[in-house]
Design a protein around this ligand. Structure first.
Ligand SMILES: C[S@@+](CC[C@H](N)C(=O)[O-])C[C@H]1O[C@@H](n2cnc3c(N)ncnc32)[C@H](O)[C@@H]1O
Length: 373
């Protein structure tokens, strides 16, 4: 519920402490649900349950985790997935990622912060992992005036976890990494890439720990070049590659500069994946962000050999699927390529979409064949 949807004459938002629980009723006093409130946030309340008989409690969290877990267990052979995806799993403000017997959590709201202890107990009860880590260091917390910190909720976590994907065991940092440590949202798209890479030279731009590139090598690519600006990510990528008997080329640098230099040097690839960070974080960044996506796609297309495959991704919610497609098309025209979209991907099934919350659907991946015009 947005703050302008609340009848503040009847219930002044300022009367609530951040994170306080409340009953939500319609203007005709019909019960709508139990929620938690943050008077300081534009999103002033988030529904926890619509069941009038059962106010939020520890057992509600246990139930939510059980329901979320049963979906993931049905879909995944191994325990590497997003176990809880906020509102989409009925637990607003909470993300839990599962790395085998270690769980990494992120809390984005004051309301969930209040329930932190109960969530930890529910995780213990439902999953019983070796350790739970709170990686509460995301910028989203600033919107709720929450401090950023890292904390072990229970257990003795190792410094690194392991994720197995596509026949590769990846080393994943549990504290210094990005987001929770691993981008589970792209897992289905990375597996979809496998059919395009047999005998191919693959360029993995914004590689992070090499999930696309090392996966491609395992699936039969002859070469994989991984580009990222993070030295620590590339160090782990190298370590994972060595442990799996894979030999990628690794380039540290700014993706735009590296791709330009590769183009100038006449390098060509059969498959180029661009999986950038969110260039558009707020609505006002849209024009600048769109230009960056277009430029990036243009650079990628220039590096593709005849009939090569471009995998163009965006995790910016504000960059719509149509806008991204438009950027790809304009980039293709610019470099005289004709693009055929052969596959369209979104976020993996462990990131379900809430039909009433468009922000829960954010990831786009276009698999395009770039033919010479
Ligand atoms: C969305 S993540 C990539 C996830 C990765 N492809 C995967 O599937 O696990 C974005 C990555 O871009 C890197 N990055 C951000 N800005 C960059 C830049 N200008 N040049 C190169 N890498 C950059 C970050 O270090 C991060 O690893």
């Amino acid at each position: 519920m947005f703050s302008n949807e609340v009848d503040t004459a009847r219930t002044p938002l300022t009367g609530f402490a951040p994170g306080a629980l409340c009953r939500v009723v319609s203007d005709r006093d019909k019960f709508l649900g139990y929620a938690y409130v943050n008077p300081a946030s534009l999103i002033s309340a988030r529904i926890l349950t619509r069941d009038p008989e059962h106010p939020p409690s520890k057992s509600l969290l246990v139930h939510r985790l059980q329901v979320a877990g049963s979906l993931r267990r049905a879909l995944y052979e191994q325990p590497y997935y997003r176990l809880v995806y906020g509102e989409s799993d009925g637990v607003p403000g909470l993300v839990l990622d599962r790395f085998g017997d270690v769980v990494v959590g992120q809390i984005a709201t004051a309301g969930m912060e209040q329930l932190k202890g109960d969530v930890a107990e529910a995780v213990k009860k439902v999953i019983d992992p070796r350790a739970l880590i709170w990686k509460n260091d995301s910028s989203a917390r600033d919107l709720e005036s929450l401090p950023r910190y890292l904390e072990v909720a229970f257990g003795e976590p190792p410094s690194e976890a392991l994720v197995e994907e596509g026949g590769v065991a990846f080393r994943v940092p549990l504290s210094g990494g990005q987001k929770t440590g691993w981008f589970f949202d792209q897992a289905a798209n990375r597996l979809a890439l496998r059919k395009y890479v047999g005998g191919a030279r693959v360029l993995d731009v914004f590689s992070y720990l090499g999930a696309w590139g090392l996966g491609a090598l395992r699936a039969g690519a002859t070469e994989a070049t991984c580009v990222d600006s993070s030295a620590s990510a590339l160090e782990l990528l190298q370590a994972s590659a060595a442990a799996n008997g894979l030999r990628p080329e690794v380039v540290k640098g700014d993706a735009f500069d590296v791709m330009e230099a590769m183009h100038a040097a006449g390098r060509r690839f059969d498959v180029v994946v661009i999986d950038p960070p969110a260039f558009i974080k707020r609505k006002k960044d849209i024009p600048k962000g769109e230009a960056a996506y277009k430029r990036l796609n243009q650079l990628a297309l220039q590096l593709l050999d005849r009939d090569g495959i471009l995998v163009s991704c965006s995790c910016s919610y504000h960059m719509s699927a149509d806008c991204l497609l438009g950027a790809i098309q304009r980039a293709a025209r610019h470099v005289s390529r004709f693009v055929q979209v052969v596959e369209v991907g979104g976020q993996a099934a462990d990131h379900p979409i809430h039909p009433a919350i468009p922000e829960t659907r954010y990831l786009k991946a276009y698999f395009c064949r770039a033919v010479l015009d």
